[in-house]
Design a protein around this ligand. Structure first.
Ligand SMILES: Cc1cc2nc3c(=O)[nH]c(=O)nc-3n(C[C@H](O)[C@H](O)[C@H](O)COP(=O)(O)OP(=O)(O)OC[C@H]3O[C@@H](n4cnc5c(N)ncnc54)[C@H](O)[C@@H]3O)c2cc1C
Length: 382
């Protein structure tokens, strides 16, 4: 494995950084990015930002040419992720479409679905949300109860989802609903507009953001048959494939790395960085961050070589969680006054994102279960 960036990778990053430097508003961290990528100001800004990004062909260059990309590959995608996520993800939930919903449609969709859904992602015109979790089905996703009953030439959906990020302002939902059987075998995927008749979105203010979470209720929501992605009952296969993309889709380590640099600047300004114990803690946090980066690059290397997803994804994800927590512990221990509303927008945005690390995209303990079984080959406990 070669860790060096190619000349083309360096040029791509430079192009992206130049665009971001020019396009992000001056008060980016203290206003727009302060509440995370689901904050109303950031989501509003994402509309025009994403269209400009599309004009420069900077959204899906990693996609195959057949779908509007340039076959630029997995390394270009991680460069985008590093530059975007470390700036508070100015695309908002467009990243869901570009990172995994789009690839899922490429792999499992009909030609008509590819035509309908992929172009708007490439053009930066659609914000996605992900309706998986339910009140009794988070980690135990196979227990989900939302149903899609076949009815004439389509389906009627009833049930509810919870913790649905972005739903209050997103355009399109990637939904899991049950057709027929219980357990994994009945899970099916649907793609539908969030403003479809019968959908109600109710925000849930949370400690990490007053705007991120939502409950979504489905009451006799009628969708056509071609809203279903893949076959009836194929949803579990689709989801287990795409969750590999989701788990390391956001380059959280790069946000932690830049936040750590920012923390060190504050510590120096306050004379605290002269304390050897504090320097030691900063060094340990840096080691966690760089371990997460390298473990993520192992996964990207496999993807670039078209290898099937492997348990490396869980190791990388768990390492990112550790890195987030190490950096957030520094800001909460030594710079707590900067985590308030009048404090430092970047530190606050990182800290609140770190609160959710280890829960979102699958609990930390579940990643450890996967590592013990699929990576280390240990037997299930009694
Ligand atoms: C910021 C954020 C954004 C989110 N966005 C979305 C979204 O957009 N769409 C969506 O569908 N969902 C979303 N979620 C929900 C997320 O996927 C779930 O919270 C997560 O899967 C855990 O499910 P749960 O909350 O039901 O917790 P539970 O499944 O009840 O788990 C609670 C805790 O129990 C322990 N636990 C549970 N099962 C096991 C096990 N098998 N082994 C060991 N320990 C276990 C773990 O400590 C776990 O943290 C989001 C969550 C967060 C925090």
């Amino acid at each position: 494995m070669d860790f060096g960036w190619t000349t083309s990778d360096d040029a791509y990053r430079a192009e992206l950084v130049s665009f971001l430097t020019q396009e992000l508003p001056n008060n980016w961290w203290d206003s727009f990015a302060y509440d995370g990528p689901s904050g109303p100001e950031l989501m509003n800004n994402a509309g025009s930002f994403n269209r400009k990004l599309a004009q420069k062909d900077l959204i899906v260059r990693h996609w195959p040419q057949a779908y509007g990309g340039q076959d630029a590959g997995a390394w270009k995608q991680i460069i985008v992720s590093e530059e975007m996520w470390s700036r508070g993800e100015p695309r908002s939930s467009l990243y869901l479409g570009a990172n995994w919903a789009g690839p899922a449609i490429m792999k499992f969709g009909t030609e008509a679905q590819k035509h309908r859904f992929l172009r708007p992602i490439a053009d930066g015109e659609v914000l996605w949300c992900q309706g998986f979790s339910e009140p009794e089905a988070g980690t135990d996703l196979a227990n989900m109860k939302t149903r899609a009953e076949p009815d004439g030439d389509g389906y009627v959906i009833n049930g509810s989802k919870v913790w649905t990020s972005y739903a209050a302002r997103a355009d399109t939902m990637f939904l899991l609903a049950r057709v027929g059987a219980t357990g994994k075998g009945g899970v099916s995927c649907f793609i539908l507009p969030v403003d479809a008749a019968g959908i109600t979105v109710r925000p849930i203010p949370a400690i990490h953001s007053p705007h991120d979470f939502n409950e979504v209720f489905f009451t006799d929501v009628r969708v056509p048959a071609d809203a279903r992605l893949g076959e009836e009952g194929q949803g579990w296969d689709i989801v287990t494939t795409i969750l590999h993309y989701e788990r390391i889709g956001a380059a959280r380590y790069e946000f932690s790395r830049r936040t750590l640099d920012h923390i060190v600047t504050h510590l120096k300004a306050r004379g605290l960085f002269d304390d050897p114990a504090i320097r030691g803690e900063c060094s340990k946090a840096l080691a966690e961050v760089e371990a997460a980066r390298l473990l993520t690059y192992v996964v990207i290397d496999g993807r670039a070589k078209n290898l099937p997803p492997s348990a490396d994804t869980y190791v990388a994800r768990y390492s990112m969680i550790q890195a987030d927590h190490a950096v957030a512990n520094l800001s909460s221990t030594y710079l707590p006054d900067l985590l308030t509303h009048d404090g430092d927008g970047m530190l606050r945005a990182h800290f609140t994102a770190a609160i959710t690390a280890g829960i979102a995209a699958g609990a930390a303990e579940v990643q450890l279960n996967m590592i013990s079984g699929r990576y280390l080959g240990l037997p299930h406990g009694a």
